[in-house]
Structure formats: structure tokens, C-alpha cells
Design a protein around this ligand. Structure first.
Ligand code: NAP
Length: 325
């Protein structure tokens, strides 16, 4: 009998078919996320769980997986999984790094350009039939080329954003837990600066840190007040990295010029006050949402499961200590 696997949402066909060759797969086909209760009810006989980045994989869920050997998250971020409990229970946890880096960096540039040049606002303007004539001061935005980009977290995605920014002749500053190695700094032409310098000098501040207790509300009222009044905040990391209430206030009172957000504190709920602001671009967490990348993410997640089924260490293991004797 084939080992049983639960997939919490319908993923693309190619990875799903690959998984079906080796496993008895249960896919949640409804067009909504599974509830924790539904996952718990399905899990007891499953060897593997392929979860989405928005599925909270709690201790309760992990403990209900009596045969569970791996949680393969269909995301690079894994803040939705209780990694400590998984490790205690000897359950492997994996993610999908690298394959979504360029796509998410592309989207970050779209946010930067979109908010600086008021793209969504202009689109709304045209659709509403408000465009009557060309005017010298119609919907003026801010230049992107030649400006200073401040990257918080020069990891995979942050560095891919830096490399794109070079094409716009931007000056790139970054801050991180520690400076990147020299070759990375040279490739990105990025300068390591203090937190204060990054916030006070940048025209665009973009966040690329994982969500952890340390990065929760990394940007709040104090940080927003340190930014230039002409600066923009870009967030394609995780919503809770920004204190949304403070951001609303900063946008409403002109503390900063605008924001581009792909992620929100309480997704998919968007703070209603954000919906009324013009100087903000709002996207529904689509950082990695291209056909090509979602297919690759599926293949990475499935290959991690297949490795475990073969008795191997999965390539994208996040808790390798479970394999140490
Ligand atoms: P990564 O390669 O691990 O990069 C994260 C960087 O942030 C690392 O250099 C890390 O340093 C640094 N960092 C960690 N804590 C920090 C702190 N407190 N202050 C400053 N820097 C800190 O991860 P990635 O692949 O670039 O992905 C980054 C995040 O993007 C993911 O965790 C995910 O949440 C988010 N994401 C969102 C989307 C989307 O759809 N919007 C798509 C993909 C990813 P260390 O390595 O030293 O810890």
C-alpha cells in the first residue's frame, strides 16, 4: 500500500501528479483553506503533510499526526509552523527557498515603481472617466532612478532586489543581523549601514526579513517617524513585520509619502482605513504568484516529501537536528 499524504490545497498538476506516482494523496479541493479541525481529522494515518504558508501548523495539529514524518511547507517563510514541537516530535519540516526569490524580487520592484508612479491610482483615474486632458502637473509621482533604496534583510530576496535596483541606478543601503560577505556586497553594490542610517537616508525602505519574534513590529511609529517625509515603505515579507496601526497614522498624516504592501498583519483582512488611502498600493500576497514559480514551489515541496518516503534527509530541511543521533 502506498504511503498517505495530505495536501491542504489544490496545487498545480505537475507536482501533484509526481506525488501521486508514489503516494496515496488526499487533496483538499474546496476553494478555501482547511480549518485546523479538518487537518486534525485527516492527519492520523498520513506520513506527510503538504501545507500552505497560511496554514497554522500548531502543536495540536502536529501531535495529531501519529504517523507524520514531514511537513513540507509550500512557502519559503515557515512562521506558520511550530518548529520546536515538530523537532521534539521528530517530524521533518521543509520550505521552498530559492525558486521564488526572483519572482518575489520582481514583485518588490513592481511595488516600488507602482507606488512611486501612482500606477494603481492612475488606473482608477482613467477607468473612472476622470482623464480629460494632459496637464503639466497631472498625477505627478516620484522618480525611482537615482534614489536611495534601503533593504532590511539582505538575504536571498533582499539581494535579488538590490541587483534589480542597480538597473535603475539606485544607491543601495542595507542592514541585517550582520554584514553580508564582501562578494555579496560587491555583487549588489550595497553598503551595510546602521538601522538609523538606513531609515533616515532611504527614499524607499523595503523589508525582506523572516517573521520571527524579533522582527514582529520591526517597523512601528518610531521607525516611521525616522523615515523621510518623502519616503516610501515597501513590504513583501510578512504583514506583522509592520505595525499596521502606526502605518495608517503615518500615511494619513504625511509622516511618510506612501507604501506598497503585499502582506498584512491579519491576512486576508485588510485594515479598512488602508482601503481609503490613495498613497498606498495594496496587493493580495502575490509575491511568488506566477505559474512558473508556483509549479517550481510544488516540485520542491513534493521532492522533499519523496526524499522522506525514500528514507533520505529532505533537501530543504529546517530542523536537521532530528537526524542527528
Ligand atoms: P533569507 O534568505 O533567509 O533572508 C532573510 C534575511 O533577513 C537574512 O539575511 C536574515 O539574516 C535577515 N534577518 C533575519 N532577522 C533579521 C533582523 N531581525 N534584522 C535584520 N535582518 C534580519 O529569506 P528569503 O528567502 O530572502 O525570504 C525572506 C522572507 O520573505 C521570507 O521569510 C518570507 O516571509 C518572505 N516572503 C514573502 C513572499 C510574498 O509572497 N510576499 C514570498 C517569498 C518570501 P540571517 O540569515 O543571519 O538570519
Amino acid at each position: 500500500m502506498k504511503p498517505e499524504v495530505l495536501v491542504t490545497r489544490k496545487i498545480l498538476e505537475r507536482p501533484l501528479n509526481l506525488l501521486k506516482e508514489k503516494a496515496e494523496v488526499t487533496v483538499h479541493l474546496e476553494d478555501r483553506a482547511m480549518t485546523p479541525e479538518e487537518i486534525v481529522a485527516q492527519l492520523p494515518a498520513k506520513i506527510a503533510l503538504l501545507s500552505m504558508g497560511g496554514d497554522p501548523i500548531s502543536a495540536k495539529i502536529l501531535e495529531s499526526g501519529k504517523s507524520l514524518k514531514i511537513v513540507a511547507n509550500y512557502a519559503v517563510g515557515f512562521n506558520n509552523i511550530d518548529l520546536g514541537t515538530a523537532t521534539c516530535l521528530q517530524i521533518a519540516v521543509t520550505n521552498t527557498p530559492d525558486v521564488l526569490t526572483d519572482t518575489t524580487a520582481d514583485l518588490t520592484l513592481a511595488l516600488i515603481l507602482g507606488v512611486a508612479r501612482r500606477i494603481a491610482e492612475c488606473d482608477r483615474f482613467v477607468r473612472a472617466g476622470r482623464w480629460k486632458e494632459w496637464k503639466p502637473a497631472l498625477l505627478l509621482g516620484s522618480d525611482v532612478h537615482g534614489k536611495t533604496l534601503g533593504i532590511i534583510g539582505l538575504g536571498r530576496i533582499g539581494s535579488a532586489v538590490a541587483q534589480r535596483a542597480l538597473g535603475f541606478n539606485m544607491k543601495v543601503l542595507y542592514t541585517d543581523v550582520r554584514p553580508a560577505d564582501r562578494s555579496m556586497e560587491e555583487r549588489c553594490r550595497a553598503k551595510f549601514v546602521s538601522w538609523e542610517e538606513l531609515l533616515t537616508e532611504s527614499d524607499f525602505v523595503t523589508l525582506h526579513v523572516p517573521l520571527t519574534p524579533e522582527t514582529t513590529h520591526l517597523i512601528g511609529q518610531e521607525e516611521l517617524r525616522m523615515m523621510k517625509r518623502s519616503a516610501f515603505l515597501i513590504n513583501a515579507s510578512r504583514g506583522p513585520v509592520v505595525e499596521e496601526k502606526a502605518l495608517v497614522e503615518a500615511l494619513r498624516s504625511g509622516i511618510i509619502a506612501g507604501a506598497g504592501l503585499d502582506v498584512f498583519e491579519d491576512e486576508p483582512r485588510v485594515n479598512p482605513e488602508l482601503l481609503h488611502l490613495e498613497n498606498i498600493l495594496l496587493l493580495p500576497h502575490i509575491g511568488s504568484a506566477t505559474f512558473e514559480t508556483r509549479e517550481k514551489m510544488g516540485l520542491v515541496a513534493v521532492n522533499n516529501i519523496l526524499a522522506v518516503l525514500r528514507g533520505e534527509i529532505p533537501p530543504n530541511i529546517l530542523n536537521p537536528e532530528i537526524y542527528r543521533k
